[in-house]
Design a protein around this ligand. Structure first.
Ligand SMILES: [Zn+2]
Length: 477
């Protein structure tokens, strides 16, 4: 039985997204409203994201550790902005083992406080610095309006926390990790991103400066896809993270934190997906090649399957799967794996066996355009080349889409039009008043002030006063 058609991406983007997440078996709704169950296919995708990031974290000198899920409430209260920012989203434990607790415990919404507390015990001298630690885990933020992967009550992520001797080193680290996220998003996720600084209102609660990578989704809306924060000495002062410098003077450390979450899966779905379903970038896809044997009778089957086994052996260095299901037709299988976003389909039928060829069908080019028949020699090299080509073309397509939907409006009226379905890139005086006006009038928010700013100055798109910085503005998830 063929499944029902997916909702059209252009006509109902939101319905399209929700249907894909469930039908591709990435995630499901949990009994507690707003929570998410990540299913094996979705988790395999997350594991590939984890590995791609973890490799980069280790290469930049970080090590992983694990800190507790429960944090004393008083810890959060030590940093004023931090507790104010997170208070509405906290889940608080007041009873443990049947007894009312002396001090309520917070289920971590993020771990600056508990890690800061531990750093104050571990760091004594300048010789202990820098401390470069990452944690893979989950956090809870009591969100009211939730969406699988994009905004859930509990989500999975990594959070890096570092401590440094100087402001300069901590700022360098903040930007280094923003660079790591940019590299990962663009090279592994095939998602072009804009790295930049957040405005005062959009920054992390307790940070001096927040930076993010911002991506444009297939409906023109923005998705903040990773963040890196320069925390100054805010947490070091709140938690007495101090060290003796080489003159034997006691100094406060400078700290950073940075995170990327399962939200990135939402970014992949919404950047690359189409009316047939998911389109996964080969570098992160749980299955890179799906092999589909095609036969009508037992005689054909034995010939085809022996070639399929040889092909599978030749391609053992890739993430492959052979679809041996007997109860469904090849046509059903094609649709099914297209819906699940597998980058490359390899079909092998009796004619291919005779001619010593296989058929390739690339997911990023639906229909005939993406189909080719290749001789069965040096198959591994051909598959590698094809996957590279798919990876590159997904990035190019997403970049072309972003460019086509990013505009520099001439005036305020145009700004309001542009952000309906894309980004505005425009001069901004930096004032809260102008930022708030845009948000109230258009629902769009400042996304980030790009790291690479143009020279010179212009006029603020809202108030007309001189402006030295340009900002990306868009409606965000
Ligand atoms: Zn202004």
């Amino acid at each position: 039985m063929p499944e029902e058609k997916l909702p059209s991406r252009d006509e109902n983007y939101s319905e399209w997204y929700n249907t894909i997440v469930q039908r591709a078996e990435l995630a499901d709704y949990a009994p507690v409203r707003g929570c998410m169950v990540v299913r094996p296919y979705g988790w395999a995708l997350w594991e590939n994201i984890q590995q791609a990031l973890d490799r980069r974290f280790k290469a930049t000198g970080h090590m992983n550790a694990a800190f507790p899920l429960l944090i004393p409430m008083s810890f959060l209260e030590k940093e004023k902005d931090h507790v104010e920012g997170f208070a509405p989203e906290l889940a608080i434990v007041t009873i443990g083992g049947g007894e009312k607790l002396e001090e309520p415990l917070v289920v971590r919404p993020t771990s600056e406080t508990i890690i800061g507390y531990m750093y104050s015990k571990w760091i004594k001298s300048y010789r202990d610095l820098p401390v470069l630690i990452n944690q893979w885990g989950n956090v809870v933020r009591w969100e009211m309006r939730t969406r699988l992967f994009l905004r859930t009550l509990e989500f999975y992520w990594q959070e890096g926390h570092t401590a440094h001797a100087t402001s300069h080193e901590a700022e360098e680290e903040t930007l280094r990790m923003l660079g790591v996220y940019t590299d990962f998003a663009e090279n592994d996720g095939a998602i072009p991103v804009i790295p930049g600084r957040k405005s005062e209102t959009e920054k992390f609660a307790g940070a001096v400066n927040s930076y993010s990578i911002e991506a444009m989704m297939g409906d023109g809306r923005a998705l903040q896809s990773g963040t890196s924060h320069f925390l100054g000495q805010n947490f070091a002062k709140a938690f007495d993270i101090q060290y003796l410098d080489n003159n034997n003077q006691l100094q406060h450390c400078w700290t950073t934190s940075w995170g990327l979450s399962t939200r990135f899966i939402g970014a992949i779905i919404m950047t690359h997906g189409d009316d047939q379903g998911l389109v996964l970038p080969p570098k992160l896809a749980p299955i890179q090649c799906i092999i589909i044997p095609i036969y009508k009778n037992d005689e054909e089957k034995s010939k085809v399957m022996s070639v399929v086994e040889q092909v599978a052996e030749e391609l053992k260095d890739f993430r492959i799967k052979i679809d041996t299901r007997e109860e469904v037709t090849p046509g059903f299988k094609f649709n099914d794996w297209e819906m699940r976003g597998v980058p490359l389909r390899i079909e092998i039928g009796p004619k291919d066996v005779e001619k010593d060829t296989v058929a390739f069908a690339r997911r990023d080019m639906p229909g005939r355009a993406g189909k080719s028949f290749v001789p069965r020699v040096q198959l591994a090299a051909q598959v590698a080349e094809m996957l590279q080509s798919i990876q590159a073309s997904l990035y190019e397509k997403a970049l072309a889409f972003r460019n086509a939907n990013t505009h520099s409006p001439e005036n305020y009226t145009e700004l309001a039009e542009v952000v309906e379905k894309g980004f505005a890139y425009t001069w901004w005086c930096g004032s809260l008043e102008c930022e708030t006006k845009v948000k109230e009038d258009t629902k769009a928010t400042t996304r980030c002030i790009p790291l690479k700013l143009p020279d010179g100055e212009g006029k603020c798109i809202v108030c007309g006063k001189p402006a030295r910085q340009k900002v990306y503005i868009g409606r965000a998830y």
